[in-house]
Design a protein around this ligand. Structure first.
Ligand code: SF4
Length: 101
């Protein structure tokens, strides 16, 4: 129950709250979604939540969460599993190309 309460708490502060989720599940628009994530105050909570869900079931690995693509989260999970200390937030910001406009 407390996991659910915590999830709702951080999701209320999400930059993507009330946005069209198509932005986050469309490969063509993924850079725009990642730009939104980069400014999100709960990027760490979001990424940790996604990683936790995906550990339980790989079928959840879709869309942009925590500023990372599914492939990047897979890479992060592998690094963590093999003892790497890659910070997800750093990976999210490093992976962004120069932002236009
Ligand atoms: S990090 Fe991105 S996907 Fe996650 S809550 Fe924030 S804006 Fe939404």
């Amino acid at each position: 129950m407390s996991d659910l309460k915590n999830a709702v708490g951080w999701q209320d502060r999400a930059a993507c709250r009330n946005m069209d989720t198509e932005e986050f599940f469309n490969d063509v628009r993924s850079q725009r979604a990642k730009k939104i994530c980069r400014q999100c105050p709960v990027i760490t909570e979001c990424l940790n939540f996604a990683m936790k869900c995906e550990t339980r079931c790989l079928a959840y690995r879709h869309g942009i969460y925590g500023g990372l693509t599914p492939g990047q989260r897979e890479q992060l999970a592998h690094r963590r599993a093999t003892g790497g200390r890659q910070d997800g937030r750093a990976l999210a910001t490093e992976s962004l190309p120069a932002v236009r406009g």
